[in-house]
Write a protein that binds this ligand. Structure first.
Ligand SMILES: [Zn+2]
Length: 76
């Protein structure tokens, strides 16, 4: 998985000091956008009606487990 070492906003390039956020956009099952952003870009993404969520870096194990059987994988 991805290491939480480099927290640079992938939208504006600023170093993310506080909370990091993930912005994703999917269309017809295809991921069009998936990037880590700062809080300002998170707000911007929200205003653009993109899906955005906070990344809880300290409890990454818990968040990994939360992804359990919620989204069944189709295909493959
Ligand atoms: Zn940013």
């Amino acid at each position: 998985m991805r290491k939480p070492m480099d927290r640079i906003c992938q939208h504006c390039g600023a170093l993310i000091v506080g909370n990091a956020y993930r912005v994703t956009s999917e269309e017809e099952g295809t991921t069009l956008l998936n990037m880590i952003v700062c809080s300002l870009c998170f707000v911007e993404a929200k205003s653009l009606h993109l899906h955005a969520e906070a990344i809880n870096i300290r409890s990454k194990e818990a968040s990994t487990r939360n992804r359990g059987s919620h989204r069944p994988r189709l295909g493959i």
